[in-house]
Ligand binder design. Structure first.
Ligand SMILES: [Cu+2]
Length: 309
């Protein structure tokens, strides 16, 4: 589903002036409309997922695209000037150098143009940074704790539902039988059925409602980790003894994948993140189900495999 560029660039909390500037600047550079995230990674795709599932994420993507155009233009201009100078003013073609040391018009121009470029970039990035930082009143809090080497989650304002989330290996590791068992046990709990993705699938997925402001509080239990979900525009460090905070509002139901992005030891490459975004009423049903099931503890046969690595 396509996302309206104007909506993606113009969050309601951005001041009107900045928004108009950002939109005009982006339009001038021909920013393509970002698409909503629509699944897992694809062969030969760019990025972990296609598109973004949050307005902020879409704006980050659009900002990246604008910057790519700007830096490409700067590189081409500087390279062209260098080549021109090397060919036109080398010792053979220009044996007698000019004695000019100042040119006011030229100096003003080459100072003003970069200033305008930087101001144009700031006009987009400052409102974006502000909107990323300013959290609306949250509807739900999710607590995330990074461990060597898995994640655990808690919903403190939903009867403290909590569980661990450990990875499921593909069929080559640790053994065909164990992997098949793990997939069978885990997939029975998944609300959105899908084929497990190699190194990206977990037993207990994070379930979140669509269209609600989610406040995420992130911490660590041992070493540094980082909760990274590119399709939500999120990357926050999990630091022992510190509670980092971030927020997002998922616009579309679906599966969103992520990984730890801070090298945290031997099992760093094996602590994926999976979010199941579902309609809000189904989410409350899921919470009730967790409560009646006695709160999952998430114990998984793979946890011991991870710990042994
Ligand atoms: Cu890590």
């Amino acid at each position: 589903m396509g996302c309206d560029m104007w909506k993606c660039l113009g969050n309601e909390s951005t001041s009107a002036g900045f928004r108009a500037l950002a939109v005009a600047f982006a339009a001038a550079w021909g920013v393509p409309s970002p698409a909503w995230a629509d699944g897992g990674p694809r062969p030969w795709g760019i990025g972990l997922q296609t598109g973004s599932a949050t307005v902020i994420g879409a704006r980050i993507d659009a900002f990246h695209d604008v910057l790519l155009v700007v830096i490409s233009a700067v590189v081409v201009l500087v390279l062209a000037l260098l080549v021109y100078v090397m060919l036109r003013f080398n010792k053979t073609r220009n044996p007698q150098p000019d004695g000019t040391t100042h040119n006011l018009r030229l100096e003003v121009t080459w100072t003003l143009i970069p200033c305008l470029v930087v101001l144009g970039i700031a006009a987009i990035s400052f409102p974006l940074l502000y909107d990323i930082d300013r959290m609306p009143i949250p509807d739900l809090t999710l607590k995330v704790t990074g461990h060597q080497w898995y994640w655990s989650y808690a919903y403190p304002d939903r009867q403290d539902v909590s569980f661990d989330s450990t990875p499921i290996w593909d069929a080559s590791e640790p053994s065909d039988e164990q992997a098949a068992d793990a997939v069978r046990v885990a997939s029975a709990k998944w609300l959105i059925k899908s084929d497990p993705l190699r190194l990206l699938e977990v037993d207990n997925r994070v379930v979140l409602p669509v269209g609600k402001v989610i406040r995420v509080q992130i911490t660590g239990s041992d070493v540094l980790h980082s909760w990274f979900l590119p399709s939500l525009g999120i990357n926050r460090m999990a630091v022992t003894g510190r509670l980092n905070e971030v927020w997002f509002k998922i616009e579309q139901p679906g599966l969103y994948y992520g990984q730890c992005s801070m090298i945290c030891g031997l099992g760093h490459g094996f602590m994926p993140i999976v979010i199941e975004a579902i309609p809000a009423d189904r989410f409350e049903d899921w919470v009730s189900g967790q409560k009646s099931a006695g709160l999952r503890d998430g114990a998984s046969p793979h946890q011991s495999v991870v710990a042994a690595r």
